[in-house]
Design a protein around this ligand. Structure first.
Ligand code: NAP
Length: 432
């Protein structure tokens, strides 16, 4: 008879409760779930009402005790945040325990340290739930897709911002109104910065880029812009020009090198990511020879995220029970950090909205200025006219970011341009 895999569950919140729920009701699921047993559950306070009851002595606030308990095989870290999560993971590894975590913040900052420690201790750290919630993306990148030369990983990997942008587009509402509504509905946190400023998506793309390109991508090298500056007017103009605005996380290997960035992006309406609406997530992977593969589904939520957590546990149970503990497919590549392409050198397309006095020669002057800086324009259109001011929208072809910024900086000095304002500059998904 196989010995059950004994787990110490750290955290019994949204994801922890759903994880315990799946393990407590194995009927109709994979048979090896019955080989997993919750030995201890660590929480902050014992006074809370819990959706799941445990036998006396299982629930504890002594998390240090759990990670050093010799009867526990695997630590499932679901407390979130940086500390004490990082220290508890490292202590569990030092005590020869495997770790399953959903903590993208810890993995994106301390992944290298954690995976080196795990390598030395010959244990596994699995993290399917850290990116994309219930969507399988970590294991496909580590295993199934890893024989391809990956060119691009493009993702809508933050449900809150995708919900806000979808609502803004559907209702023509402003960012701040939709954010307030999302907070009331529980789709956005009281402090929304991690989501709306792009930091959550940056954590996740740093992890995906490390896996996809086999090189450590450091979080501090990921350039990050959020959606606060996206206005209802830009969404409307983008729509007229055939685009949706999405917060994209992009990791790309091209002629300039490796890039990883997060920013609002105009996506052509016929692109597969343009139709991803609401809180859903999607990740498009492009590689050679496979072409495009898209992963789509619920990027958060207790049940969806717990599905990914328990799938990691099941893999560990299988490996432990077959004594197959040298499975190289679960190791993270340990190549040194690579220098990412600086933003100024990126090649992408741009959308800019300009407002200036409506005078003859304005469009011609702008066109000449962009041409002088090697910026090739796909379109330049006067979209609106109010109180003597013209509103002009420019969309470029692929261009080096530095060249585009140089052209923008020169516009106020042009002869025909008066009272210039440039309220929006957004990137457009680059052409092949
Ligand atoms: P949560 O609902 O806030 O639950 C956190 C749990 O950890 C609670 O049970 C809390 O104890 C416990 N805890 C927190 N700090 C602790 C400490 N210092 N000592 C002991 N216990 C502590 O969090 P969650 O939403 O389940 O998220 C857990 C992890 O999953 C995070 O890393 C998050 O990023 C990740 N994740 C979440 C989702 C999602 O949809 N929620 C999706 C993907 C990934 P008490 O119950 O006693 O307060």
């Amino acid at each position: 008879m196989v010995q059950p895999l004994k787990i110490g569950l750290l955290g019994l919140g949204t994801v922890g409760t759903s994880t315990a729920g799946i393990l407590r009701s194995p009927q109709g699921r994979h048979p090896s779930l019955t080989d997993i047993e919750i030995a201890k559950v660590g929480v902050k306070t014992l006074d809370k009402r819990r959706a799941i009851e445990f036998p006396t002595g299982v629930l504890t606030t002594d998390l240090e005790g759990i990670v050093s308990d010799p009867n526990i095989d695997v630590i499932v870290e679901l407390i979130g945040g940086l500390e004490p999560a990082r220290s508890l993971i490292l202590k569990a590894i030092a005590n020869q325990k495997h770790v399953v975590t959903a903590n993208k913040a810890v993995i994106s900052r301390y992944g290298e340290e954690i995976y080196r420690a795990a390598e030395q201790a010959n244990v596994y750290v699995l993290m399917e739930a850290a990116v994309g919630g219930g969507i399988p993306i970590i294991r496909p990148l580590q295993q199934t897709l890893s024989v391809n030369r990956i060119q691009t990983v493009l993702g809508i990997i933050n449900g809150t911002t995708n919900y806000i942008l979808t609502k803004m587009a559907a209702e023509g509402s402003d960012f701040s109104d939709v954010l307030t509504e999302a907070q009331e509905l529980g789709y956005a946190e009281a402090d929304p910065s991690a989501d709306v400023d792009g930091y959550d998506a940056a954590d996740k793309i740093a992890i995906l880029a490390t896996l996809a390109f086999g090189q450590q991508v450091n979080l501090e090298d990921v350039s990050c812009e959020g959606i606060r500056q996206v206005s209802a007017v830009d969404i409307q103009y983008a729509e007229q020009l055939g685009f949706e605005i999405k917060l994209l996380a992009i990791a790309q290997q091209d002629e300039t090198g490796l890039q990883a960035r997060v920013h609002p992006t105009l996506v052509p309406k016929d692109h597969p990511l343009a139709s991803i609406d609401g809180v859903n997530n999607a990740i498009l992977v492009e590689g050679d020879p496979i072409g495009q593969v898209m992963f789509y589904g619920p990027g958060a939520g207790g049940g969806a995220t717990a599905s990914a957590v328990v799938s990691d546990l099941m893999n560990l149970a299988t490996m432990v029970h077959t004594s197959n503990l040298v499975n190289p497919l679960f190791k993270i590549p340990q190549h040194p950090s690579s220098r990412l392409v600086p933003t100024q050198e990126l090649v992408t397309r741009f959308y800019a909205r300009l407002i200036c006095v409506d005078r003859p020669g304005v469009i011609g002057n702008l066109g000449t200025c962009f041409g002088k800086h090697d910026v090739s324009l796909e379109s330049i259109v006067q979209i609106d006219f109010k109180n003597g001011l013209a509103e002009i929208v420019v969309v470029t072809h692929n261009v080096k970011e530095q060249k585009f910024r140089e052209a923008l900086a020169e516009i106020p000095q042009l002869e025909a341009i008066e009272q210039i304002e440039i309220p929006s500059v957004l990137r457009v998904l680059r052409e092949k």
